[in-house]
Design a protein around this ligand. Structure first.
Ligand code: UD1
Length: 420
């Protein structure tokens, strides 16, 4: 398993371009199963999760091509059963359930396992699809779903922690080919859900209320092929901003959509980070010392859970105490113990992490536990004195396109070490 070797303490300087959004492209790729025609998607990041999803589509009968950031999918014929091993490996693959049911009237996918950031239930996905008249059983680790034809209805999809992103995606995709009208109440409003909705509309779907908590979908008999450019990855943009601020560098960010992460920008400014918009770019600097800031993760447009770990790494460097509250995933603090190995002082009390910032960080070997936790360790490693080795960076490869190359271009000393 590869690791990153980082020699910290060097400010990042230069320019970086943000890649297409991982969380937008995965459901969009699943949506290509809804039509026998050809779909072309541009701006696709080369990530292991994207490669996995393309393999899954192929195992379901689709033809795929991925060249120079453009994916072409033609799912002329599709079967409801694919390569379970592949499907099991990637949680995002749950979003093939809705399109398969809509297109083939049957689907069998493996139940996504738990992961380190929490139990990750799928009860809301199943509730939504059952409301559309799917018969679903869960047996021997598989979800078996069949329907004569999906039928529109009104479903409230909010859960204990608020709306569900992939649950909304699944149901919205299923509803595009259902009979009648489906209303999804308490739908997720994340930009990635909006991007998927725009993709579906470009295929001929009828969706109203895009970007709002109430989505109204009028089913159609057939969807057509389309051409689409995926939105930029807001989480990658926030990660690079945190890295620039942590190392006290000056970084120009190209291709980001700051309107997709206003809550993060607001908190970063409170913490003393300067972010200036200029001709479609963002210039990130940190003129003085970092100040502590309290953060609570929330559904969009609140502070995203996917930036919680990176922001915590930054707050380890602020002069004073910050309280970081995780409200979306109950055990998303795996990075805390590893940040402490670098010298941070953090206490966990229920959903709160109390970060006593300002202590000097020094390099150490650390273990990445999930995608965003890994990003936090890279940020801390870049700011720490000496050498940090981040093990198990396959997590990072799932969601960051060529992260070490982008960081090296910004002047970081970071190496990929093979097979450790
Ligand atoms: C997506 C993102 C992930 C992000 C998360 C929250 C992708 C591929 N992943 O994950 O990066 O961290 O949104 O913004 O887009 N829940 C239920 N029942 C369900 C489904 C979810 O109780 O059936 C709960 C979850 O446990 C969690 C909350 O709802 O507490 C939000 O989860 P959800 O929005 O579904 O996350 P994902 O869509 O899996």
């Amino acid at each position: 398993m590869d690791s990153f070797l980082i020699e910290g303490g060097r400010p990042l300087h230069g320019e970086v371009t943000i890649s297409g959004s991982k969380n937008a492209i995965l459901p969009i790729l699943a949506a290509t199963l809804l039509t026998p025609d050809t779909c072309r998607i541009r701006g696709v990041p080369d990530l292991s999760d994207v490669r996995f999803m393309l393999q899954i589509l192929e195992s379901l009968g689709a033809e795929t091509k991925f060249e120079r950031g453009m994916v072409t999918v033609r799912a002329a014929k599709v079967r409801g059963f694919g390569d379970y091993e592949l499907i099991r490996k990637m949680r995002g693959s749950i979003c093939i359930l809705g399109p398969l049911l809509a297109r083939c009237c049957e689907a069998r996918v493996s139940l996504p396992g738990g992961c380190v950031i929490g139990t990750r239930p799928i009860d809301l996905h199943l509730k939504g699809l059952r409301a559309l008249k799917a018969r679903i059983t869960v047996e021997y680790g598989y979800i078996n779903a069949t329907t004569r034809r999906l039928a529109g209805t009104t479903v409230f999809l909010g859960g204990r922690a608020g709306p569900t992103v992939l649950g909304t995606a699944n149901l919205m995709m299923a509803a595009t080919l259902a009979t009648g009208v489906t209303v999804i109440e308490s739908a997720a409003c994340e930009p990635e859900v909006t991007d998927l909705a725009n993709f579906l509309v470009s295929m001929g779907a009828k969706i109203q209320g895009i970007g709002s908590p109430t989505l109204t979908i009028t089913g159609v008999d057939r969807l057509n092929g389309t051409d689409h450019e995926v939105i930029p990855d807001r989480i990658e943009a926030c990660t690079f901003i945190c890295a620039a601020a942590a190392t006290r560098g000056e970084v120009i960010i190209h291709g980001a959509r700051p309107d997709h992460f206003a809550a993060v920008i607001d908190k970063l400014r409170e913490a003393g980070v300067q972010i200036e918009r200029k001709a479609g770019t963002l210039r990130v600097t940190r003129p003085g010392k970092l100040k502590p800031a309290d953060v609570t993760t929330m559904p969009y447009a609140g502070f995203p859970t996917d930036v919680q770990a990176q922001f915590m790494a930054l707050m380890c460097l602020a002069q004073g105490t910050s309280v970081i509250t995780e409200r979306i995933f109950e055990s998303r603090f795996m990075h805390v113990a590893e940040l402490m190995r670098l010298g941070a002082e953090i206490a966990i009390e229920g959903p709160n992490a109390i970060v006593k910032g300002g202590l000097p960080l020094s390099g150490a070997p650390v273990m990445a536990s999930d995608l965003r936790a890994s990003a936090a360790l890279v940020i801390a490693g870049l700011a720490a004195k000496g050498k940090t080795q981040v093990h198990r960076i396959y997590h990072l490869d799932r969601g960051y396109e060529r992260m070490e190359e982008k960081l090296r271009k910004l002047g970081a000393k970071i190496l990929r070490v093979a097979g450790e």
